[in-house]
Design a protein around this ligand. Structure first.
Ligand code: SAH
Length: 335
């Protein structure tokens, strides 16, 4: 998932641009992007349909069902009953979709916020959800999924997916840093460098080629969906990056992997630079100055990630690192 959503009144047939702004999941375009992300949707399909034995005769809750795709996979895999919930008007289309596709009796859709809704079933064997945002946690609805787990998952029940891992590496990115950051030093002969400072603090969601990566990846954070608590989503994690060649470093790079470990046939996908394209791309954090590094040399530091105090959809990400002499600290904001 990605985008901002809030509950809204008008029906999806009479929405205006203002309504779409308030309910960004209501338009089919965002769902088109997610559905066409075949790594994403195909992984969920494989995790569900290749593990029919886990779904046969079971009750399934789909948190943030959108167009109902995951609910239909679960129904197709043999679930006894699926409840899909979504607070966006897209659920009006999902209702039509499940009816046209013959799932009216197996799937019940509920329009509303999970936190406030009353569900027709109170205990589920399996919770499925696609809750991941950029940098895993940006605008993520993981809080909602953890709440759903605590309220509705039977003891011993499964979470689909059940593990998420965030990774960090460093990259050589001279050309693009020149274009995106140093551009502000001289704009038609004028000094725009005040914008440079702001631009640097804004992580960039973009695809990065594997050949730009100049260190080993480091696993920064592991989230086990069965045990994680809301408090775990604000964290400080140490890292050590070891250079794999002599090169220059212009940025840190973050991505995440998702695994369905409760399945017999283990399914996983990565959003890293080594893996096939996904709509999450990767996240680039430019460093204020270029770091020179030799093969085998290490950069140590910590990354902290906390929801912004004024707008908890924004993330405050602090990176403190030492490469050679004195430590450097940069405060980034994803908004
Ligand atoms: N499951 C669908 C859609 C994923 S996008 C798919 O895989 O294609 C995430 C969806 O979660 C959006 O449609 C959004 O409206 C919904 N959502 C986000 N927070 C929610 C909440 N607190 N309660 C209900 N729905 C929520």
């Amino acid at each position: 998932m990605d985008g901002i959503t809030s509950s809204n009144d008008p029906s999806s047939d009479s929405m205006t641009s203002r309504d779409y702004y308030a309910d960004s999941y209501a338009h089919f375009g965002i769902h088109e992007e997610m559905l066409k992300d075949s790594v994403r949707t195909g992984s969920y399909r494989a995790a569900i349909l290749d593990n029919g034995h886990l779904f046969k005769g079971k009750t399934v809750l789909d948190v943030g069902c959108g167009t109902g795709i995951l609910s239909m996979f679960a129904a197709k895999a043999g679930a006894a009953h699926v409840v899909g919930i979504d607070m966006s008007n897209i659920i009006d289309q999902a209702q039509r979709i499940i009816e046209i596709n013959g799932f009216k009796d197996t799937i019940t859709l509920v329009k509303g916020k999970l936190e406030e809704a009353e569900l027709p079933i109170i205990q589920f064997d399996i919770i499925i959800s696609e809750w991941m945002g950029y940098f895993l946690l940006y605008e993520s609805m993981l809080d909602t999924v953890l709440l759903a787990r605590d309220k509705y998952l039977k003891p011993g029940g499964c979470m689909f997916p059940d593990n998420a891992r965030m990774y960090l590496a460093a990259i050589e990115d001279q050309d693009y840093k020149e274009e995106k950051i140093n551009f502000w030093d001289n704009v038609y002969g004028f000094d725009y460098s005040c914008i440079k400072d702001i631009a640097l603090r804004e992580p960039l969601v973009d695809t990065v080629e594997l050949k730009a990566v100049v260190t080993d990846p480091y696993m920064l954070k592991h989230i086990n969906l069965l045990t994680a608590k809301k408090e775990d989503l604000a964290f400080t994690a140490p890292f050590t990056l070891t250079a794999t060649r002599n090169d220059y470093i212009h940025a840190f790079l973050a991505w995440f992997d998702i695994t369905f470990d409760c399945t017999h046939k283990k399914i996983q996908f990565s959003t890293g630079p080594h893996a096939q394209y996904t709509h999450w791309k990767q996240t680039v954090f430019y460093t204020p100055s270029t770091i020179t590094i030799s093969e085998g040399e290490k950069i140590t530091g910590t990354l902290s990630c906390v929801p912004n105090a004024r707008n908890n959809r924004d993330l405050d990400i602090g990176v403190e690192y030492t490469a050679g002499e004195k430590p450097t600290k940069v405060d980034y904001r994803m908004s």
